[in-house]
Design a protein around this ligand. Structure first.
Ligand code: AMP
Length: 389
């Protein structure tokens, strides 16, 4: 005989209420991916300008304990859309509700010294680097490594901020003063053939899946275009990258989606940094893969089976930075999908992206080029698949 209390018990234990720290476009796209799975979303915003436009928003610009409590009471599991979350807050939340990815992943990803140290510890190659705490040490490190070098603050930097390139050790004092941070990582400047990234998901049971390596094209420190899969990647390179991220995830007992950014060089891959969250270089997967990164992140944190990461065909992603587009122009182009985030236009702000699917890289290049006249202030697109490494 059916036991109603049992079915009640099941629905009680199956987590369906997802809390997201942050209410921007990543939280919004998570909610869009989770609604068909019957999930409910609460989004916690301290910016005073939540833009997700979906789910129950807990707006708390004053950062009060009371509103945080209300948010936590409304959810089964908590995740986040940005990694600059204060660690004390993350620990506090993790003591009350499952927080994925966990505090240790957050701690490592917030600090370039710990992050590069972990890469080294796990035998994941990185650019050569030194840690310095003064202008004099910076000058010495630049001389030892050989210029050019890139100096980066170990914390709080993103999208190329808090960084300086030194062409000679004599530029150390000026670089130190421009970065204004007590501790820097100084890296050899890598003459990479291209920048690539790998996105993978690991669920609460340790199941692991990885997407294909993708190629990323930046302009003025911001991601502009992603090509997926990156052309001409050997099976060996894909497996190597996949092994790196798998090792990192197992080591951190990581749950959720992780993005690993790498430089491709003739000598192999070098790890640059990782982000403990869904990532802009994975947005192509929303329309270009069997399971998108947002859905796989949710599956991972809810302990559900992970979805197929295989690409349908080849894909390109165009970020809309500062300015939006006229949908009627973009949507008349075949195999083109528009994602607008409902945000006000502002210089440097990510307001949406376009995903384009094609049968071949030549066709993809052509389709992306057809979009660009309708994308205001787009970055130069000089990608040529035949010239790829
Ligand atoms: P990051 O904040 O570490 O992701 O750096 C921002 C961008 O600066 C990267 O996407 C690269 O284009 C460039 N960059 C960072 N580190 C290096 C390096 N060691 N060598 C050459 N370019 C770098």
């Amino acid at each position: 005989m059916a036991n109603p209390s049992n079915s009640h018990a099941f629905s009680q234990t199956r987590p369906t209420k997802v809390g997201v720290l942050g209410a921007g476009q990543l939280g919004r796209m998570m909610a869009l991916a989770g609604l068909p799975l019957g999930l409910e979303f609460s989004l916690y915003d301290t910016s005073g300008a939540p833009s997700a436009g979906l789910g129950q928003i807990f707006s708390d610009p004053e950062n009060t304990q009371q509103e945080l409590d209300r948010f936590l009471d409304s959810v089964d599991v908590v995740t986040y859309e940005f990694e600059h979350l204060p660690l004390d807050l993350a620990r506090n939340i993790a003591s009350r509700k499952p927080l994925y990815p966990g505090v240790e992943a957050l701690r490592v990803c917030q600090n370039r010294e710990l992050e590069k140290g972990l890469f080294r510890q796990l035998n994941i190659p990185t650019p050569e680097y030194r840690i310095v705490s003064s202008a004099e040490e910076l000058e010495k490190a630049a001389a030892e490594l050989g210029t050019p070098v890139v100096a980066k603050s170990i914390t709080e930097g993103y999208d190329g901020k808090g960084q300086a390139v030194l062409k000679s050790p004599s530029e150390a004092k000026a670089a130190w003063e421009s970065i204004r941070h007590p501790r820097l990582i100084v890296e050899s400047f890598v003459n990479f053939s291209r920048e690539v990234s790998l996105i993978a998901a690991r669920n609460t049971q340790g199941e692991f899946v990885a997407y294909p390596l993708v190629e990323n094209i930046h302009h003025e420190g911001i991601l502009r275009y992603t090509i997926a899969p990156a052309p001409l990647v050997s099976e060996q390179t894909q497996n190597t990258a996949s092994d790196y991220i798998h090792t990192l995830m197992d080591h951190l007992d990581y749950v959720g989606v992780l993005a690993l950014e790498l430089f491709e060089t003739p000598e192999g891959l070098l790890a640059n940094e990782m982000a403990p969250r869904v990532h802009n270089s994975g947005h192509w997967s929303m329309d270009g893969a069997h399971t998108g990164q947002f859905e796989n992140h949710l599956r991972a944190i809810l302990g559900l089976p992970l979805g197929d990461t295989a690409p349908h065909r080849v894909s390109g992603m165009i970020n809309l930075i500062s300015r939006s587009v006229d949908p009627s122009q973009i949507l008349k182009l075949r195999d083109t999908h528009l994602h607008l985030y409902g945000k006000d236009e502002r210089k440097g702000r990510k307001v949406g992206h376009i995903n384009v699917n094609a049968e071949s890289y030549d066709e993809l290049k052509d389709k992306i080029e057809r979009c660009l006249p309708f994308v205001p202030e787009h970055a130069p697109f000089t990608w040529n698949p035949e010239l790829d490494t």
